[in-house]
Design a protein around this ligand. Structure first.
Ligand code: SF4
Length: 369
């Protein structure tokens, strides 16, 4: 019997377990050669970063002259190096790298959550951005050299970001990087990863929730607390991750509740709510059951309006998700007797457990330098 190349026959075998790892596609349809640095690591673009940093000089506005990031400290860096040898310039670069990593991880974690959630809810979906988009996922293509064809193919992109973030965060540990220029190069690397993570997050939600793609006639939505109907029950969904508020909107649609309920978003969730079901008509579940459901949601306001909303007493229930949520939202809702739903573990608006014992105080006072 002729055998095809790459196939194999298993005969007369029992109790054999076969594990198949990643299947690598043989041919990628690129109309240009692969660039020199797909999925660059920390040092790959270092020389280029230095060129940029020399041309566009970095400006620091230090908010603190001391370092308290390890137990050798606190160290006063105004006159001498810290106990670990770090100087003031490197410490400023280190803090900036940490700040960039905070944003990068928040966006990447959001993308990872959406990736798991949408695959579980809708299954793998074709990645199609429609005829109006000439180059889809441009950052993913440029940085990783891949062209995702399905949602699942964004998984390796997220894994790449996550590994780089772990390596970058390790660089901020005591006794690692000591040069401010290298911290700046690493901050640029983290910034690139941040942009990539944001693109992946948006690509996933655009496809899974069928949002408009290059549509010049996408519906416009009015903004502000005044758009909420106080004769209805008002649910405010607050944060950056639409997964939870989309479920509330689907529930309102399934149960014909829009005459009794207004759902208004705060911060990025507000915009994303109003984009659901307005795209190219797939996935089928969104198209058949929730077409144009986004036009029924309201944009209650930006994050800065949260306090005004609390004071205005417009909310009957609040659902928080992640990022930019006032960390005392729970206490404020408790004072107003407004129920708060927190479906995300990363949201700090969930009650803390009561302390069981007084924390033991250290018998060794910190070294003062
Ligand atoms: S020893 Fe270094 S890392 Fe630790 S507090 Fe001092 S300067 Fe910061």
């Amino acid at each position: 019997m002729d055998k095809m190349e790459g196939s194999f026959a298993v005969e007369d075998m029992q109790n054999v377990q076969i594990n198949i790892g990643e299947i690598v596609k043989e041919v990628e349809e690129w109309d240009q050669p692969m660039g020199p640095f797909p999925c660059p690591s920390i040092a790959t673009l270092r020389d280029w970063d230095f060129k940029l940093i020399n041309r566009y000089r970095v400006f620091y506005s230090p908010i603190c002259d001391r370092c308290t990031l390890c137990t050798y400290g606190p160290c006063d860096l105004t006159r001498s190096r810290g106990a670990c040898g770090l100087d003031q310039a490197a410490q400023q670069g280190r803090i900036v790298l940490l700040a960039v990593l905070m944003g990068c991880t928040a966006h990447c974690a959001h993308g990872r959550h959406l990736y798991h959630w949408t695959l579980e809810k809708f299954g793998d979906l074709p990645f199609k951005m429609g005829e109006e988009i000439l180059v889809d996922a441009p950052l993913t293509r440029t940085v990783t050299g891949t062209k995702p064809k399905t949602l699942k193919e964004f998984g390796p992109v997220l894994s790449y970001i996550e590994e780089e973030v772990a390596q970058l965060l390790a660089c901020t540990h005591t006794g690692q990087e000591g040069n401010y220029r290298d911290f700046e190069s690493k901050a640029l690397h983290a910034g690139m990863l941040d942009s990539l993570g944001k693109e992946v997050s948006d690509m996933i939600q655009i496809i899974a929730y069928d949002m408009p793609r290059g549509d010049e006639d996408a519906p416009l939505v009015e903004c502000g607390m005044g758009t909420l109907d106080k004769d209805k029950a008002i649910l405010i969904t607050y944060g950056h991750n639409l997964a939870g508020s989309a479920e509330a909107m689907f529930y309102a649609e399934d149960n014909n509740l829009w005459g009794k309920v207004d759902i208004g978003g705060v911060c990025c969730t507000a915009i994303d709510n109003t984009r659901i079901g307005e795209g190219l008509g797939y996935p089928e579940e969104i198209n058949t059951k929730y077409r144009m459901v986004g036009t029924k949601a309201k944009i209650a306001g930006a994050m800065g309006w949260w306090r005004k909303m609390v004071e205005a007493d417009v909310m009957d229930c609040v659902m928080v998700d992640e990022q930019c949520v006032y960390t005392n939202a729970l206490q404020e809702c408790q004072e107003k007797k407004v129920p708060l739903i927190s479906p995300r573990r990363s949201s700090r608006s969930t009650p803390s457990p009561a302390p069981t014992a007084t924390p033991a105080s250290s018998s060794v006072p910190p070294t003062s330098r």
